[in-house]
Design a protein around this ligand. Structure first.
Ligand SMILES: O=c1ccn([C@@H]2O[C@H](COP(=O)(O)OP(=O)(O)O)[C@@H](O)[C@H]2O)c(=O)[nH]1
Length: 543
């Protein structure tokens, strides 16, 4: 047992001097009773006489002190180096801008991704979006300059959103869809002038402008499919993919992977991708003129074949009336050839709000009779049976959200009943219920809802079971569903064909393991000094 009272050895003081460096809570014994058990609860190290201390206490030998200091420094260095070496580089971002020049409007999207992750995607996300005021660029055919001007406000905003030092290296793309496809069909010179005007306008901004062009329907469908599968991390993880349903104003796209489609039957509907080491054969088709605005035109053309002055339209609410100009309606190349001879200037449309009849009118704009393939959707277009889950976005979402029909666990029969009730609601009541909604949009929801249901069920052959696998979506993880992100990922080569080498451990895991090992090493080092540890006893000190 080691227990030392210094005064006995030194005899220098009357009051004993207790030196218990290892027993910090040990207090001086009560005066007059130096032997009484004191408050040191258990282990006590009574120091050796000062003269012996240097020899007997290993903590005080220079070698031990030096070793301990070196050990601590080594561990601190190891952990610091590990942490710094593997610390993600300060989050610096890169940016890409895509303008979606749709038939009804243009939207500007800014994407950002960590600068060091250029080639290891799954990290690109939408930073900002801006809806350009006014109509789509195709509606400026007669005054192309205004198409360029219309983009300025959102582009100035984009300039503020992207840090100045990144402006020059930020790619800027403009992709035009069905509105410009139609204008190009109708009047290619007007379409070129619109492009010239928007290019001139975009070149004035400090970004790296990569050109403006019309996307093919196939690209629009395929990049929408890439976007939603990228955002839901299905591509990177090699999971079963989700189909994409995109409804625009002038065209609509369906894209999905089917076990029964390898691209041999109707190769024009096949798009192949190799992404993150997986091969995808995607079926895709874009129906020009079957976006919801052009489909309404088709339905109206069907009802005005004979050039009447009035029509009773079942797709509009009872009490709704509108005068429409024949030449405006038949201006679109989707219906221009069907313009009735000797039609008056205009006709008056009166709503009757009858879902069943509206469904019949809408069905008449589809051709379900011709099919030269094993199976078709409509208009003689090959399509495998829908398979797996689907994300339905753009106007699908706007319309179904407004009608409160985004819950696809609701049976198709119930959806029909709800639409029936909604269409039959008098226009005055609808306006009262939605005073803030633009009346142009408001008047068309009965038609649009009925059109969506017809397109999905009769057009694409969704059944009660597969309908329930559709999810109406606007955004995924904060980024809008649409073709723009997929388009940019493709053009910037940001989805590698092969799976990137992933680090063995994520950064946090790596740092934890290094820290735990360092602590264990330190503990082992301390334990290895055990033979030379000074000991302490619970027994009271007897002097
Ligand atoms: O808040 C909104 C915004 C858009 N839309 C409709 O969604 C469609 C989107 O068309 P876009 O111009 O984007 O598509 P494109 O025809 O060029 O593919 C159009 O019918 C719009 O009227 C809508 O119903 N609500």
């Amino acid at each position: 047992m080691l227990g030392y009272l210094s005064h006995l050895e030194t005899g220098q003081t009357n009051q004993p001097l207790y030196l218990f460096p290892m027993c910090p809570h040990f207090h001086h014994p009560p005066p007059g009773n130096p032997l009484a058990s004191t408050s040191c609860p258990s282990v006590c190290l009574l120091p050796p006489p000062l003269s012996e201390m240097k020899e007997k206490n290993p903590w005080h030998t220079p070698v031990t002190i030096i070793l301990t200091v070196i050990g601590v420094i080594a561990i601190v260095t190891l952990v610091t180096v590990a942490v710094l070496q593997n610390k993600p580089i300060q989050q610096k971002y890169k940016y890409g801008i895509v303008l979606d020049a749709g038939s009804s409007h243009t939207a500007v999207y800014i994407y950002e991704w960590p600068a060091e992750k250029d080639n290891n995607t799954g990290r690109v996300q939408q930073k900002y979006s801006c809806k350009v005021k006014g109509k789509g660029i195709s509606s400026y055919a007669d005054e192309p300059q205004k198409a360029g001007e219309s983009l300025r406000e959102c582009m100035f905003e984009a300039k503020k959103q992207v840090p100045k030092n990144r402006h020059g290296e930020t790619p800027l793309y403009l992709g035009a869809t069905a509105g410009m496809r139609l204008l190009n069909l109708d009047d290619s010179s007007a379409s070129n002038k619109v492009f010239q005007a928007v290019e001139e306008a975009l070149q004035r901004f400090p970004f790296s402008f990569q050109g403006a062009r019309i996307l093919s329907g196939q690209e629009e469908g395929a990049f929408g499919w890439v976007t939603i599968n990228y955002l839901s991390d299905r591509l990177k993880q090699g999971l079963e993919t989700t189909g994409a349903l995109d409804l625009g104003g002038a065209s609509t796209q369906i894209s999905f992977v089917s076990d029964s489609y390898n691209g041999l039957e109707s190769p024009k509907n096949s798009v192949n991708f190799r992404l993150y080491g997986n091969d995808y054969h995607v079926y895709t088709h874009s129906f020009l003129c079957y976006g919801k605005d052009q489909a309404l035109g088709l339905a109206l053309a069907h009802q005005t074949k004979s050039g009447p002055r009035t029509i009773t339209d079942p797709c509009f609410h009872p009490g709704y009336t509108q005068t429409k100009n024949y030449s405006i309606l038949y201006d679109s190349p989707c219906v221009s050839e069907r313009k009735p001879q000797e039609a008056p200037l205009s006709f008056t449309l009166s709503g009757s709000g009858n879902f069943t009849k509206c469904h019949e009118v809408i069905k008449s704009v589809f051709d379900f009779t011709s099919c030269n393939y094993s199976r078709c959707s409509f208009n003689g277009v090959f399509q495998p049976t829908p398979q797996g889950s689907f994300g339905a976005f753009s106007a699908y979402y706007f319309v179904m959200k407004f009608l409160n029909l985004t819950d696809t666990s609701t049976s198709i029969e119930v959806v029909r009943e709800k639409l029936m009730e909604y269409c039959a609601t008098p226009w005055t009541k609808i306006v009262k219920q939605h005073p803030k909604v633009d009346q142009k949009y408001l008047s068309e929801y009965c038609f649009s809802g009925t059109y969506i249901l017809t397109l999905l069920i009769e057009g694409y052959n969704f059944t009660s079971e597969t309908y329930s696998k559709i999810e109406f979506i606007k955004k995924i993880k904060g980024s809008d569903a649409g073709w723009t992100l997929g388009y940019m990922l493709n053009l910037t080569n940001m989805i590698p064909a092969e799976a990137p080498d992933s680090p063995l451990l994520p950064h946090a895991g790596y740092v934890s393991i290094v820290t735990i090992i360092a602590i264990l090493l330190f503990a082992l080092f301390i334990l290895s000094l055990r033979p030379v540890w000074p000991t302490c006893s619970k027994q009271p000190q007897i002097v």
